[in-house]
Design a protein around this ligand. Structure first.
Ligand code: PLP
Length: 398
């Protein structure tokens, strides 16, 4: 009997080591990694700069405490603010913690604006984490099963539906007072299968949030830190949120998450109102600063933009003629492939073709390759994916 709690489906693969965009399993088989530990290892595996900073910083100081000054944390916060347009940062250890902080800011916003029964508007198929409150914010009913009672202050609307949004805002407004204190959205929904917000939707949210004195919270945990070819997914629009959450790629595998805010929301946390033992410790911040160094030095935003367009083009060319595929979509290194019906063994077909990918909702899969992919590796990933689709079709028709 396994002594691990059975919260994950029994895994079929154990990865032993990785280098760049490649990983090897225990049998020595090699795979091109378009999975990245679910959008985490953005600089690939065993990156020399990340290896060096972990060894240097851990030899010097891994942990002090947030009751002390942590210069690397101050530096990281300043850089993240410069890239995002935010003003202040709270550091935690994961995406869910970053979103918990954002939701706590929405509660303090309700407190400051004297809203007694606050509502946060979220979206169907959105994913925000597995803690009780981020689960309540999540728009996937299947993963909430058995965890009731969940916080009732979250309402889920169809993603991109302007009419549904306006109707909900009207429903929660009485005598000119709105109960909606925040709208929380992924500018590109990841777990839902890489769904981009429709043109103009974020702009509409921004306008309505301003009219209703509500915070606009962008969950950039999967799409942030350069994955889409800009630092953050919302930067493909003209919109500036009030709160931004990040994690995943920020530490390239070293756990770190952060909640960024501007304006009134940036000042809501006061000494003692929120905290974390590990959050933003010297080692985590040294690693994250190095992740930013590498992205800036190697111009990986531009690279992601270019490579993503190349991969999307090649995938479309190969897959569009196939009835099994209904859409290939994405931005930069965040690509979703929509199947009419996802073959049951599709992941195995990818493994047989030496490719790691990630399943997503509604019969779709994702490719989330590292930013350091060479042109040849990008072409190879699309080739392998296409071959896996052909093999899956052949098996279905056999
Ligand atoms: C958009 C989004 N938000 C939040 C989370 C939760 O992050 P974590 O698993 O680090 O708690 C994820 C994780 O997949 C995510 O994709």
């Amino acid at each position: 009997m396994s002594h691990l709690m059975q919260s994950y489906a029994p895994p079929s693969l154990s990865i032993e080591r990785g280098r760049g965009a490649w990983v090897w399993d225990e049998q020595g088989r090699r795979y091109l990694d378009a999975f990245g530990g679910i959008a985490v290892t953005a600089l690939g595996h065993s990156h020399p700069d990340i290896n060096a900073v972990i060894s240097e910083q851990s030899a010097k100081l891994m942990h002090s405490s947030n009751v002390m000054r942590i210069p690397a944390q101050e530096q990281l916060a300043e850089r993240l603010c410069a890239h995002s347009g935010m003003q202040r940062v709270f550091f935690g250890n994961s995406g869910a913690e970053a979103n918990e902080a954002a939701i706590k800011l929405s509660r303090l916003h309700a407190h400051h604006t004297k809203v007694a029964a606050p509502i946060v508007i979220c979206f169907e198929d959105g994913f925000h984490g597995r803690t009780l409150t981020t689960l309540a914010a999540t728009g996937n009913t299947a993963i909430k099963k058995g965890f009731a009672p969940l916080d009732p202050g979250f309402v889920h609307l169809p993603y991109g539906d302007i009419d549904a949004l306006d109707a909900a805002l009207a429903q929660y407004t009485a005598q000119g007072e709105s109960r909606v204190v925040a709208v929380m959205i992924e500018a590109i929904q990841g777990e839902a299968g890489v769904r981009l917000a429709p043109e103009g939707f974020l702009e509409h949210l921004r306008t309505r949030c301003d009219q209703h004195q509500a915070l606009l919270i962008c969950d950039e945990i999967q799409s942030g830190i350069g994955r889409t070819g800009r630092w953050f997914g919302y930067q493909h629009s003209a919109v500036l949120p009030d709160v931004v959450t990040i994690a995943k790629a920020l530490g390239n595998g070293f756990p770190i998450g952060a909640c960024l805010a501007r304006g009134a929301a940036a000042a809501y946390f006061t000494p003692g109102s929120h905290g974390s033992t590990f959050g933003g410790n010297p080692l985590a911040c040294a690693v994250a600063n190095t992740v930013l160094d590498v992205i800036e030095r190697d111009q990986l935003l531009e690279r992601n933009h270019m490579l993503g367009a190349r991969m999307l083009g090649r995938l479309r060319e190969r897959l569009d003629p196939l009835d099994l595929i209904t859409e290939v979509r994405g931005r930069g290194m965040m690509i979703g492939v929509q199947f009419a019906q996802l073959p049951e063994r599709f992941n195995e077909h990818c493994l047989e073709h030496g490719l790691l990918i990630v399943k997503a909702a509604h019969q779709s899969v994702r490719l989330l390759p590292p930013y350091i992919l060479s042109d040849e590796q990008a072409d190879s990933a699309t080739e392998r994916f296409g071959d896996a689709v052909i093999a899956a079709i052949a098996e279905v028709h056999a």
